[in-house]
Design a protein around this ligand. Structure first.
Ligand SMILES: [Zn+2]
Length: 345
């Protein structure tokens, strides 16, 4: 029987006595095949990140992606993971393959989530697709716990007036929007302004719960400007419906900027744990923040999500693993929650 979202939330698997630990930012980056519907656009195929990940898979004779992800999710330190689909670019309402980076269908990720007891669906819908409203209703029924946007790569401007009905429906359904902020070096991209903190405002104005992926942390590779992070703080003050996440905290572009988040009590109290799996964890660059004993333990730890938990616990971010339970759209909010509960009891 498929695992319903509701059953997943009611049955902790690792330790019944502690609150559930979540990771809200896990990518499903499968390779295209005859039956999975995944698209890697022609420009993205030549992107260094794609070549790097393919090289690693080749050199390690890696198993198929869903098998690897399922094995990583076996971590006893993580209870639930939001697995993210990825919508593409659209032109005149139709998928624009040429300019799409990755397209990972919602149905494919929903199928994986149906087979894995810890996995929760994080659907992705480009609001410019002609069936965006219908797709939103579909994924709501499928139990999505959030909607993921990457305007920077998906090539749309969240301030477009045409998106308003989409925001209003999200607010009605109480489905949060996880919107990328800050630098992005893994994907082909559009104008950088589409990753500015201002992309969060139109949804917040319509009463949608918004999670700023990466919490507007600055880029430590090409620019160290803290202006966007400061804007994020101002918005946190203004909108109680705004949160951030800690995705890619150990990634190359943010690992040297994490003090901004760690030393700010207000930001710390509003962040949700996200890893950005399978982004490589360059935690050794965090230097003296990780004590020697933890460094030894993490070095010996083979599991990605266990490493993420051990490192973030050391940084004092343990609460961020538990907080998503109060922010995600969990089954009691679902329009057919009762029916699902009955069917899957
Ligand atoms: Zn991500």
């Amino acid at each position: 029987m498929p695992h319903s979202t509701d059953a997943k939330l009611n049955k902790p698997m690792a330790d019944e006595t502690r609150p559930l630990r979540f990771d809200i930012h896990v990518h499903y980056l499968d390779e295209p095949s005859a039956d999975n519907g995944v698209v890697v656009g022609p420009k993205q195929r030549l992107h260094p990140f794609t070549l790097f990940m393919r090289g690693i898979r080749f050199l390690t004779c890696a198993k198929p992606f869903p098998e690897i992800l399922a094995r990583e999710l076996d971590s006893p330190m993580l209870d639930r993971a939001v697995i993210l689909a990825m919508d593409g670019c659209y032109r005149n309402g139709k998928l624009d393959r040429k300019n799409t980076a990755y397209y990972v269908p919602n149905a494919l990720v929903a199928d994986f989530c149906g087979r894995h007891p810890k996995a929760l669906l994080g659907a992705s819908i480009n609001p410019m697709r002609c069936d965006a409203m219908d797709e939103l209703e579909r994924v709501a029924v499928m139990g999505t716990v959030l909607i993921k946007w990457l305007p920077y790569s998906q090539g749309f401007d969240p301030s477009e007036a045409a998106i308003k009905p989409f925001y209003r429906r999200l607010a009605q359904l109480r489905i949060p929007l996880l919107i990328h902020t800050g630098p992005e070096y893994s994907l082909i991209s559009n104008p950088p302004r589409l990753s500015d903190t201002s992309v969060l405002i139109p949804a917040l104005d319509e009463g949608v719960t918004v999670i700023a992926a990466h919490s507007s942390l600055p880029d430590s590779v090409f620019s160290r400007s803290k202006a966007e992070f400061k804007r994020f703080r101002v918005l946190l003050d203004r909108f109680p419906n705004l949160y951030g996440d800690t995705a890619a905290l150990f990634g190359a572009s943010r690992v040297r900027q994490m003090d901004l988040l760690l030393k700010d009590d207000m930001v710390r109290s509003r962040v949700l744990n996200g890893s950005d799996y399978p982004i490589p964890q360059l935690w050794r660059l965090a230097g003296g923040k990780i004590n020697r004993e933890v460094r030894r333990t993490v070095s010996a730890q083979k599991n990605y999500f266990s490493r993420e938990y051990l490192l973030k616990k050391e940084l004092g971010l343990e609460e961020s693993f538990v907080r998503p339970a109060t922010v995600l759209r969990l089954p009691s909010d679902s329009p057919k929650g009762d029916i699902e509960r009955g069917l899957n009891a």
